[in-house]
Design a protein around this ligand. Structure first.
Ligand code: MG
Length: 323
């Protein structure tokens, strides 16, 4: 089933310079157009108390304090403010943060839970991409992998989306996948099975990465020991500011890092791509999987992420989405 992901774009202007941001809200995380719009109304009041983009840290702190949750709406403001910051300093964000733009990796290309014909088409669509991301968690998991393996030997990462409910079954699947050129397994078990996940990670010879179990900085401590690493997405972390802190903490804990995205346009993904050189893996194919990209920005050359050299997050609206 194809689900629709609501998005809200933000534009924050200061002295004729505008920064752009995006909130992408997959329905399972509970945010909607209505909740985001209501939250952004409150943000406007906070922003009116500041006059310099150099106060970005304090501004974001105040916005986070408005109310709990609203992570994607908060991310849209964080992204727009960082875009504005870079534009005021006339430098791409990665440059302001001393991140080496040449160190980006290959993005994965997603194959959702699909039948044989759909998989064949997806493999063709993914011709330029070096790593496949395969969504598992259905009764046909082994069948899907076998179909893929009959067509290509490209490395895969596997995202189970909490879909396996039994640790012994998960253990057996991971052992099987480890012989199929698999690089990592994301969120094999439900969030509440943290002890079982720790048991699994201990025995697994593949890295086990937390997605739904790790949204914000505070969640890293809970996942440490139970997972080998975390998948950081701006829509979960409330944006770039906290994502950077998560990378720092994960490094201290020697946890692996994946930079991911939701179903996002080139606006949100160009923001996330600024951090891609700091990650072990990048799962930033959002703009490749949507038909209505409203922004320019991130590019992929033979599957490798190429950061925009424009100031800020390096994005510009293609059409006037803010009419
Ligand atoms: Mg995931």
């Amino acid at each position: 089933m194809r689900t629709h992901t609501p998005v809200v774009f933000t534009k924050i202007s200061l002295a004729d310079v505008s920064g752009y941001g995006e909130a992408s809200m997959p329905p399972y995380l509970g945010e909607t157009h209505e909740s985001a719009t209501a939250f952004l109304e409150k943000v406007i009041r906070v922003l009116s108390r500041f006059s310099s983009i150099n106060d970005i840290e304090q501004i974001l702190e105040k916005i986070d304090e408005i109310e709990a949750g609203n992570n994607a709406a908060k991310a849209s403001v964080d992204i727009a403010l960082h875009d504005l910051l870079g534009k005021f300093k006339n430098a791409p964000l990665h440059k302001l943060w001393n991140i080496n733009a040449n160190k980006t990796s290959f993005t994965t290309y997603t194959i959702g839970i699909s039948n044989e014909n759909e998989i064949q088409q997806k493999i063709i669509d993914a011709t330029d991409y070096k790593i496949l991301k395969v969504k598992l968690g259905s009764e046909d998991d082994k069948k899907m992998i076998n179909v893929i393996r009959a067509l290509t030997d490209k490395p895969i990462i596997v995202d189970v989306n909490q879909g396996w409910k039994d640790k012994y079954f998960a253990d057996e699947m991971i052992a099987w996948l480890s012989e199929k050129n698999t690089l990592l397994v994301e969120q094999p078990l439900p969030i509440n099975m943290i002890d079982e996940t720790a048991w699994l990670t201990e025995r697994s010879n593949l890295p086990i990465i937390a997605d739904e179990s790790c949204k914000r900085l505070v969640d890293i401590e809970k996942t440490n020991g139970a997972f080998s690493g975390i998948n950081i997405k701006l829509m979960k972390s409330t944006g770039l500011n906290e994502a950077r802190k998560m990378i720092e903490r994960a490094n201290e804990l020697k946890m692996k890092i994946c930079i991911g995205c939701m179903s996002e346009t080139s606006c949100g993904v160009s923001a996330a791509s600024q951090l891609a050189p700091l990650a072990d893996w990048a799962d930033l194919d959002g703009p490749l999987l949507i038909k209505n990209d409203f922004f320019t920005g991130i590019k992929f050359v033979n599957g490798k992420i190429v950061l925009s050299h424009l100031p800020g997050i390096g994005t510009e609206p293609i059409t006037n989405v803010f009419k």
